[in-house]
Design a protein around this ligand. Sequence first.
Ligand SMILES: C[S@@+](CC[C@H](N)C(=O)[O-])C[C@H]1O[C@@H](n2cnc3c(N)ncnc32)[C@H](O)[C@@H]1O
Length: 258
Amino acid sequence: LPAGASGPTLGPMDADPQALLHAAYRDPSLAVLEGFHALKHALRFGAVVEAAFTPDRDRPLRLARDLAPDLTEPLAGLLRTVPDTLWKRLAPVPPETGVLGVARRPACDPAGLLALRTAPLVLLDRPRHQGNIGAVIRTAAAAGAAGVLVTGPHDPWHPAALRGSAGLHFALPVARIDELCPDAAPLVVLDPEGEPLRPDLIPDDAVLAFGSERRGIGPELLARAHRRVTIPMRGGVSSLNLAASVAVVLYAWRLAKS
Ligand SMILES: C[S@@+](CC[C@H](N)C(=O)[O-])C[C@H]1O[C@@H](n2cnc3c(N)ncnc32)[C@H](O)[C@@H]1O
């Protein structure tokens, strides 16, 4: 789903919060930020935040003063206080940190990303769990990956993935694609049948493909791989968690450069 900046405008700051959130949960040009940490990173990495709601502005502002003083002022300008009864209806599970935001998804051009990358690009092949997608995006942002592309039915901008990434979707390009373009190279597939991981097996321009939690990497990507790499494991262990395996590989690459 190409994240575009061209969706409908949300309306004035005095728009009905419930109608606005209801629309935002369904609008593919918007991202719902559930909680302080998602909102914090969105603001820090330049998101266009359209609105933020709280039942008690002291709670997120206290967190900002303690954890992100640079954001206290912009947050104070954004926050709208809503009655407690309305707050409880704004999200399926109102965040404990007492704040909900709505931001525009930045535009992402997967083809351009493939052409210009200077750091490994992560490809998740049909992942199933939004928490894993979010955790991968968080690690990819921290390690300095070029971006995260996701195939399969799940929207990587789902609010649950944004919670998992703590809003770090805004730190690097993230998009769903139907399939990897045929000339993407070098394609390094992470798979139990590969050669043992070494940093020199991960070039800066690698496309690193990881399989789904249940089925592993699909046969089409396996057939196209320029290299298959495995993370050595103790006998008896079937596999690493998807997000853990992305962390191992990206940090093998990153630590070898420092
Ligand atoms: C939970 S694993 C999938 C396990 C799946 N049952 C299988 O047979 O591949 C999800 C993905 O993480 C990556 N992965 C997990 N452990 C790995 C390892 N030891 N070496 C390489 N990749 C691994 C692979 O890309 C795998 O497809």
